[in-house]
Design a protein around this ligand. Structure first.
Ligand SMILES: [Ca+2]
Ligand SMILES: [Ca+2]
Ligand SMILES: [Ca+2]
Length: 247
């Protein structure tokens, strides 16, 4: 009974955590700090980069590229951008300034990881066999990336893979297919599975792939144009690891 309750509570809390995060792009995320709701810091203790006016909260977040966070008042539609994060000493807590909210810049995935929907991703410029890649992700409490939709495939191509259009300009070249993903048909030929044994449903094969060339291609690599190729598992490629944001 208690187990069911804590599970429900965890789901409830997760919902609120997600709701309070404004996610704009791969690196910019802001979390509302409820502790400092309805408080405006004493200017003596705070350095503002600048104050923006007549903006929505999303536009303010978009302006806060090199700042630690911002204050926002939804009626005044104004946002002072903060040079450093605030703490208790920045405020006179006996004086309420109703309507002000504090948004702090956070990277919910941790350094080097990028958030997409509810998952974190990390691209590693390594040279690893498919088995080493799988092991490496596992050690960071993640898994070799599972690409389960066209949207996820597109996001990975646009945001994680190094831009190198020259390398993929000729669609017959395979030199740009140099990043391992978690799919393989090592267990049963032509039946591609992710590392958790789930079947691969969405695919984005290059033309004439998978071809199991020389009967020896069982691991899937991602090309920089977003297409897939089956290749020899002992080749050494880059890696993308993925994990659920709340571990
Ligand atoms: Ca995925
Ligand atoms: Ca094969
Ligand atoms: Ca192939």
């Amino acid at each position: 009974m208690l187990g069911v309750f804590s599970k429900r509570f965890a789901v409830f809390m997760t919902f609120f955590f997600i709701r309070d995060i404004i996610s704009l792009n791969v690196n910019l995320h802001f979390k509302r700090n409820e502790t400092f709701k309805d408080l405006l810091p004493s200017t003596a203790y705070v350095s503002y980069i600048e104050t923006k006016n007549d903006l929505s909260v999303f536009e303010c977040a978009g302006s806060c590229v090199y700042c630690a966070g911002f204050l926002y008042h939804s009626e005044l539609r104004t946002c002072p951008l903060l040079e450093t994060l605030l703490n208790e000493t920045s405020f006179n807590s006996s004086h309420r300034d109703v309507g002000w909210e504090l948004y702090e810049s956070v990277n919910v995935c941790g350094l080097g990881w990028h958030l997409y929907k509810t998952h974190c991703y990390k691209y590693l410029d390594l040279k690893a066999t498919w088995a080493e890649a799988k092991e490496h992700c596992y050690k960071t409490e993640a898994y070799l990336v599972q690409i389960e939709s066209r949207e996820e495939n597109e996001w990975i191509k646009e945001n994680l893979l190094p831009a190198d259009p020259e390398l993929c300009y000729d669609s017959t070249t395979y030199s740009c297919c140099d990043t391992w993903i978690g799919a393989s048909d090592q267990v049963k030929e032509e039946v591609f599975q992710w590392t958790n044994k789930e079947n691969v449903v969405f695919t984005n094969w290059k033309p004439y792939e998978p071809n199991d060339a020389n009967g020896n291609e069982d691991c899937v690599s991602l090309c920089r144009d977003g297409q897939w190729n089956d290749n020899i598992c002992n080749k050494t490629f880059n890696i993308i690891c993925e994990r659920y944001v709340f571990g």
